[in-house]
Design a protein around this ligand. Sequence first.
Ligand code: GLY
Length: 423
Amino acid sequence: MRVLIVGGGGREHAIAMGIAKSPKVDKLYCAPGNAGIAALAECVNIGVMEFDKLVTFAKEKAIDFVIVAPDDPLAGGLVDEFEAAGIRAFGPRKNAAILEGSKAFSKDLMKKYYIPTAAYENFDDAQEALKYLETAKFPIVLKADGLALGKGVLICKTKEEAIAGVKEIMQDKKFGTAGNRMVVEQFMTGREVSVLTFTDGKTIRVMSSAQDHKRAKDNDEGLNTGGMGTFSPSPFYTQEVHEFCVKNIYEPTVEAMAKEGRTFQGVIFFGLMLTPDGPKVLEYNARFGDPEAQVVLPRMKNDLLEVMEACVDGTLDQVDLQFEDNAAVCVVLASDGYPLSYEKGKEITGLEKFDGKDDYFCFHAGSKFADGKIVTNGGRVLGVTAKGSNLKEARKKAYEATEWVDFSNKYMRHDIGKAIDEA
Ligand code: GLY
């Protein structure tokens, strides 16, 4: 088969690694890809929102199967465009990708179908939101309705912070049109867990759990980022929690989307909070998490392409999803200054040290070729991942491997997986 992956970050590198291993693949392309993905796929210089160019390219190259990985093209309807051109594509259609594309939609869905989540109100008007804050309890959570690179969520400890947050989101439009609507939500306490699932719209298959570290600095301080590191599985996601979530969260979500005429085929990422009152949904994403994919996919035993085909073809009930009985940790190497301002174009050295080592992976999140060298090309640059027989071993190996590679403004958190010690 001839396969095209749309995207160019660490998540797409992890997907490319899985797809490249499939004996069904004759040729793999990635648009736009990056310098790491280039070792596995032919990278094509087309952006993820250049829908016409992507479809034309897929037709010219007789692509059999497309994987649309990032949120923006999913929300914009890229899967629908490929389907209209007669090309099989993995990922939710536009009417289902709204599960991530509109926080207000997803909260209303959960309320309508009794899926556990935090109490909330949706607002189209900043004055109404400000009035609501007068009698609200703090801390409180403000969420821009639309997509905002994972950064449109503000946790406000006081009324003053919340008033400033409403202004940022709805009036100053810090997150652009994503802030035309806003969700104001009760603050939940507990452990966060990320659970990725495959679904064909009827059947759901749950992947091994993971935990992300969203803040830029150690001890969960600093600004929100796309994710600074992950581990999998989460020791806090017990069998009991899993069974509760399958019955009360995962299956009801898939059924709810189908009942709404928005059948979801692809990956649903459940961002969960394990609260003292039981697991609740923090957020849905309509795609693999990044960097969750970098610790979950290397542990998956199945042929990734076969599982994705089953999601598209509606045959996921025939898939027995299996994971290795081990653990993985990913530490993100970022450009110092991320997520605000940072320099790019720094030479990355030491990448060859990962060659031939089965338990170690260096996923490229933001890299490119320049003058025959590989240089940094983003805030998140590399996802250094190691597998071990348990979480502690995986963490030790991942941090050792962070020393193998270098670039002049390399920055990382030093406490990824600290929670493992508390388990
Ligand atoms: N790691 C969270 C996300 O992918 O949005």
